[in-house]
Design a protein around this ligand. Sequence first.
Ligand SMILES: [Zn+2]
Length: 216
Amino acid sequence: MESVKRAREKVLEAGRGMLQKGLVTATWGNISCRVEGKDYIAITPSGMEYDKLAEEDIVVLDMQGNLIFGRRRPSIELPLHLNLYNSRQDIQAIIHTHSTYATALACAHKHIAPIVEEMVQVAGGDVRVAKYALPGSGKLAENVLTAIRDRYAVLLANHGMIGTAGTLEEALKVCEIVEKAAKITVLCSIVGQPVPISFEDVQTMRKSYTTDYGQK
Ligand SMILES: [Zn+2]
């Protein structure tokens, strides 16, 4: 099954990218994507180191969470991933990290205001905070949906962040840019009050990013 193999390879690749970019420590965080042409997702296994993962360690499940391929236990955040895929058809890939500055703001229960241009382009506006619930719980999956609404990123109170997109490459970029915006928010608060970009300008930038940014 070619599309299953491809999805598993993409998850492995994103795991290596996440390590390289310093967005994760040891086994924390998780990665998933939809399997093209199937009602399946491919997700990282629970508690394994990213640089030691092989293709068959990536778990493939259907949209109800039934095991299709693999012999590992899936990430404990599986309910959160499934909930997002089942309610947002535009989301094809999800990366969850515990990156430092995003988590710092999440611990203060502070959203990332729309102050940085590239962040509003990839996230679609500010990045809200999902209310605290225990990791892996159905309640956390619910709180994430309540907070993310139409955005592509969300902070998890006292925990970390989630970046979503149409591809894993893009989801990794979302995580990187949100982490940078979180760092800027913290630094900016030292020298003054962060000044948000207007709602209209945020809408315009998001639109031009999704329609004509880059070499299209
Ligand atoms: Zn986590």
